[in-house]
Design a protein around this ligand. Structure first.
Ligand code: C2E
Ligand code: CA
Ligand code: CA
Length: 265
């Protein structure tokens, strides 16, 4: 909008953004073939003792001449063009192969709601587990809470039947209520980082954690950036934590995260 009332006839910023997206979209299939899409790994810690229990795999595009492109720039594009299916399979295979060599570590991979529409999804996940040798119990798929997620019960049930874990990502920012969550096969809720920053919602954090536990789910708090946040969540009984304070995403798998003196209690 240029005048604050009606829609603009031509918005140069939007047009630029469109051009950039078209450009990326056109380049992505060849980039996938060349192996330019890779993963970073961010540690998932058990808050009780700070043991590294797993990693979340996060997509990166190592684009020649452009450095590292972040997922928010290319995942939405891949979702629109449909490339998310082969790209998602490629990333899942990379993560499983990497994880198979690291006994005991939970490997958590993001799955786009668009991939849930794919009738071949469950078979392709089973195939990747089989080929890489990663035990199903060590794979977790993170699915963002959207209106669409809730419409894919059969796909979710099929994935759960493989014996993998399912995490509802960004819990608290989207559509699902705790009542709806109770009817879906999620084994974990990932509380969005905004929860930790919004002091009004902080008051209900403990209640949400207790309710998730009552529903048989574990709880991971994302976006932990300070020792105070870590301490609060540990006190509230939150199972796992993730965030810059506990470990940044890196190209390699973490081995251990030492307990900082300021966090010992
Ligand atoms: P997400 O699944 O919620 O992943 C967490 C994001 O928060 C990551 O950003 C991570 O680097 C960032 N983060 C971690 N700790 C902190 C913290 O303490 N503070 C803050 N402010 N941020 C933190 P990233 O890697 O840029 O990924 C962004 C989003 O892109 C992800 O959000 C996820 O929705 C999507 N994504 C990433 N990789 C994949 C993938 O392989 N497939 C799909 N479908 N989506 C992906
Ligand atoms: Ca995630
Ligand atoms: Ca998240």
């Amino acid at each position: 909008r240029q005048d604050g009332f009606g829609p603009a006839l031509f918005d140069p910023v939007r047009a630029d953004e469109e051009r950039r997206r078209h450009h990326l979209a056109a380049e992505m299939p060849a980039a996938l073939t060349r192996g330019e899409f890779t993963l970073y790994y961010q540690p998932l810690l058990r808050l009780a003792d700070r043991a590294v229990i797993g990693v979340e795999a996060l997509a990166r595009w190592s684009r020649p001449g452009d450095g590292l492109v972040m997922p928010l720039h290319f995942i939405p594009v891949a979702e629109r063009t449909g490339l998310i299916r082969p790209l998602g399979r490629h990333l899942l295979e990379l993560a499983c192969r990497r994880g198979a060599a690291e006994p005991g570590l939970l490997i958590s991979v993001n799955l786009s709601p668009v991939q849930l529409r794919d009738p071949g999804l469950v078979a392709s996940v089973a195939d990747i587990l089989h080929r890489t040798g990663l035990p199903a119990a060590r794979l977790q798929l993170e699915i963002t809470e959207t209106a669409e997620t809730l419409h894919h019960r059969p796909a979710l049930a099929g994935l759960a039947a493989l014996g993998i874990r399912l995490a509802l990502d960004d819990f608290g920012t989207g559509y699902s209520s705790l009542a709806v969550l109770a009817t879906l096969p999620f084994t974990e809720a990932k509380l969005a980082g905004e929860f930790l920053r919004d002091t009004r919602r902080r008051d209900v954090l403990g209640h949400i954690i207790d309710t998730c536990h009552a529903l048989g789910m574990t709880v991971t708090a994302e976006g932990i950036e300070t020792p105070e946040q870590e301490r609060l969540l540990r006190e509230l009984g939150c199972d796992h934590g993730q965030g810059y304070h506990l470990g940044r995403p890196r190209a390699g798998l973490p081995h251990s995260v030492p307990l900082a003196a300021s966090d010992r209690t």
